[in-house]
Design a protein around this ligand. Structure first.
Ligand code: DGL
Length: 278
């Protein structure tokens, strides 16, 4: 069984893609609705809450946990891996959604020897839309430029989007907010066109159509759930010890109000999801 952790129900967009790609794998999802959203919290709070959530999933039997939350992946994952995981849960793994995106953008495998000579690709510009905390962490530009210095990364924080999507705001309100953020990104570029943009937040796939419609034609919108699923499938081929055969069961836990969360979840998971109190 693989654990999937998120600050709330946004990570269901990622879980949906994982479940479709790995229909025989069992998943246990934990949403920390009690403490969501993470997007405006301090790095220390995000670290502490993520550590607690991952511990719960390990204690429930997961040997591998995916952080579906960009904010947790960008702010807490490296610290968890470097200072806590091996001592607290030897032999277990925590992976995030940042690595698959960085690999897809740069074309450089995460474990590649970064000191080795590598022909530089053509100069490219990539836009990233994310929560304020993910943008402030600088994790995406840092990891991309380590691997592919020829890629220019421009970030745009979208602080209104998570609350509007959670509130199921009318399409015109969402579109106006997305327009503010796409305009913000494009004005940082001063007329240059990005080749692609990444929606670096669990909630944004639900409004991907607005991003695609409001960006100039030809700008590719990268799908984080699909890229994460592809990357996890490849990881499990290399590490089958983390994927014991299952029957495709998915269980949902929340630190919040299970009935309320279950009502909200369908929009994010694409089908009903019955949450239980963790
Ligand atoms: N899950 C968060 C992310 O992907 C968005 C919601 C939140 O701010 O907690 O960044």
């Amino acid at each position: 069984m693989i654990g999937v952790f998120d600050s709330g129900h946004g990570g269901l967009t990622v879980l949906n893609a994982l479940h479709r790609s790995m229909p025989q794998t069992d998943f246990l999802y934990l949403g920390d609705h009690h403490d969501a959203p993470y997007g405006d919290r301090t790095p220390d709070e995000i670290y502490r809450l993520t550590l607690a959530g991952v511990s719960r999933l390990f204690d429930a039997g997961a040997r591998l946990v995916i952080l579906a939350c960009n904010t947790a992946s960008a702010v807490a994952l490296r610290r968890l891996q470097q200072t806590w995981l091996d001592a607290a849960y030897p032999g277990r793994r925590v992976l995030g959604v940042l690595v698959p995106m960085v690999e897809a953008i740069t074309g450089v495998p995460w474990m590649a020897d970064l000191a080795a000579e590598r022909p530089a690709g053509p100069p490219r510009t990539i836009g990233i839309f994310a929560t304020s905390r993910t943008v402030d962490s600088g994790a995406y530009p840092r990891e991309i430029s380590h691997r592919a210095p020829e890629v220019r990364v421009v970030q745009q924080a979208c602080p209104d989007l998570v609350p509007l999507i959670e509130a199921d705001a009318p399409a015109e309100v969402i579109r106006a907010a997305v327009a503010r953020y796409t305009d913000g990104l494009l004005s940082q570029l001063g007329g240059e066109m990005p080749q692609a943009v990444m929606l670096g937040c669990t909630h944004y796939p639900l409004v991907a159509d607005h991003f695609a419609a409001l960006l100039p034609p030809g700008v590719e919108v990268l799908s984080q759930p699909d890229l994460t699923a592809r990357s996890l499938t490849a990881y499990l081929e290399r590490h089958p010890e983390f994927d014991r055969p299952g029957t495709g069961q998915v269980h949902f836990l929340t630190t919040g109000d299970a009935d309320r969360v279950s009502r909200l979840a369908t929009r994010f998971f694409g089908k009903p999801a019955r949450f239980e109190k963790a």
